[in-house]
Design a protein around this ligand. Structure first.
Ligand SMILES: *Cc1c(COP(=O)(O)O)cnc(C)c1O
Length: 486
């Protein structure tokens, strides 16, 4: 395979991607004089139009995406996003409306926001929503800020947040950034929260329990009501990480499980393409007692239309400019309305069915630390393969050769050598079978020819990259005469 050069390497002095006719009016030199313009950018690439188009087109074709094939990246819910949502979000009236437009000129846009808030509240059983946060992690931080502000007003913000050992890394980070000390709750042999361990940790210094349901093992917290009772009895809050709502949507509601605050990931469950840092949204839903603290502005529906209420004395303020990622909300609303209640329920049912099909089909080939029934994802480990010196990273890399994106690796932390697999509802049986087949082949290769797995990938554009140098020793600036390793 030929290595695509960097754009700097194909640069040739004087090349341009445009050509304009000679200026035929007197030039005015002073127009731009007072602007902070650079006269020269050192090493700026100079290429023609065809070169730039081909360069980026070739690079784009070395990428893997969910429109290309199976993408079982657990926890991330990498599902196919119906194109109708993109089409709706690209309507000019949405894309061209200015965020500073006065609200009486964009009543339709505000209605979209309000309708989405109301539908998310109905879907989750919560009382009110804000759409401001741009990601799940920001939603978590906002949720913790709401809890903290409420507790402060009650007289004591408290010091500790309890988090199960299976939690996503953003949970402890969010609690920590909000000024809390994190205490870990051990999972039991079923992979769920140990209610006794929780009861022992639960004191009047605990502000909240952050819980994910189904958790990152794909296991439903069956004792959630009991867990909530333990926490509530000492005046704490239940924060639910709703990133796994794909497993529950249309079937049951976190609000009915006595959850006080939840964030959703519109870019996971509600079908916005994600990965690669594209825009997302992490709306936060609350029960009544936390509603006064929601960020401003809050959308109010009045007889003569929608208006933005900034006069909320207990509000924590803004957490995001304007209304969050508006077009992501448009896509989510389009998704919700095009599926309807029965369609959303089918999402959860098929997601759980697909995941269980994968689990049953591979359980003899890959070790399962937890044998509890799972929902939308399941966590295999490399325990059987490690006997032959093959680890989860090798299996993940070998999958690339079979045309599949690897599952999430080495998370949750309580499963050594984890391969967390989430097929989602959008995959056909044929594609799932292709994945199962590839996984079985790799299990056989690990036994019979481990070297081929350990040296994978063999067919990709680049082979094994150094996993740490890019993070430890980043090169962020182009330097002339730079050595490029391929
Ligand atoms: C993805 C995810 C998050 C974080 O969401 P972002 O939108 O990536 O910030 C939190 N918890 C769980 C379980 C997740 O899967």
């Amino acid at each position: 395979m030929i290595r695509e050069p960097l754009i700097f390497e194909i640069s040739e002095k004087g090349k341009r991607a445009y050509s304009l006719p000679e200026i035929d009016v007197p030039a005015k030199d002073d127009v731009l004089q007072n602007l902070p313009l650079r006269s020269d950018i050192k090493g700026f690439p100079e290429v023609s139009e065809v070169e730039i188009i081909r360069h980026f087109t070739r690079i784009s074709r070395t990428n893997y995406c969910v429109d290309e094939g199976f993408y079982p990246l657990g926890s991330c819910t990498m599902k196919y996003n119906p194109k109708i949502n993109e089409k709706v979000a690209s309507i000019l009236e949405f894309t061209a409306s200015h965020p500073y437009a006065p609200s009486d000129l964009v009543q339709g846009n505000i209605e979209i926001l309000k309708t989405t808030e109301e539908l998310l509240a109905e879907i989750t059983g919560m009382d009110a929503f804000t759409l401001q946060p741009s990601a799940g992690a920001q939603g978590e931080l906002l949720g913790m800020m709401l809890i903290r502000t409420c507790l402060e007003e009650r007289g004591n913000p408290r010091q500790i947040v309890l988090i199960p050992d299976s939690a996503h890394g953003t949970n402890p980070s969010s609690a920590h950034i909000c000024g809390y000390r994190v205490q870990e709750i051990k999972s039991n042999e079923k992979g769920t929260i140990d209610a006794d361990d929780l009861a022992q940790h639960m004191t009047e210094e605990v502000a909240a329990l952050m819980i994910t349901n189904p958790n990152t093992l794909g296991v439903f917290e069956e004792e959630i009501k009991k867990v909530a009772e333990i926490v509530h009895s000492k005046g704490g809050f239940i924060y639910m990480d709703g990133a796994n709502l794909n497993a529950l949507i249309g079937v049951c509601r976190p609000g009915d499980m006595d959850v006080d605050v939840i964030h959703l990931n519109l870019h996971k469950t509600f079908s916005t393409p994600h990965g690669g840092g594209g825009p997302g949204a992490g709306p936060v839903g609350v029960k009544r007692d936390l509603e006064p603290y929601l960020p401003v502005p809050v959308i109010e529906k009045k007889k003569n239309g929608y208006f933005l209420d900034f006069d909320r004395p207990k509000s924590i303020g803004r957490v995001r400019s304007f209304f969050g990622n508006f077009l992501v909300v448009v896509k989510a609303l389009s998704y919700i309305l095009s599926l309807g209640p029965s369609g959303l329920k089918e999402v959860a049912e098929v997601a759980v069915l697909n995941s269980n099909y994968v689990r049953q089909s591979l359980k003899d080939d890959y070790h399962l630390k937890y044998t509890t029934p799972t929902y939308h994802e399941c966590v295999f480990s490399d325990k059987f393969q490690r006997e032959f010196g093959v680890q989860n990273i090798d299996i993940a890399k070998r999958l690339i050769d079979y045309g599949v994106h690897p599952p999430t690796m080495s998370f949750p932390l309580i499963v050594q050598g984890a391969l967390m697999t989430e097929p989602t509802e959008t995959e056909s049986k044929r594609d799932i079978d292709m994945f199962i087949d590839a996984m079985k082949k790799i299990a056989r290769e690990a036994r019979e020819n481990p070297e081929v797995v350990k040296s994978a990938p063999h067919t990709s554009y680049v082979r094994r990259l150094d996993e740490t140098t890019a993070a430890r020793n980043p090169v962020l600036r182009w330097q002339e005469n730079q050595e490029i390793e391929g």
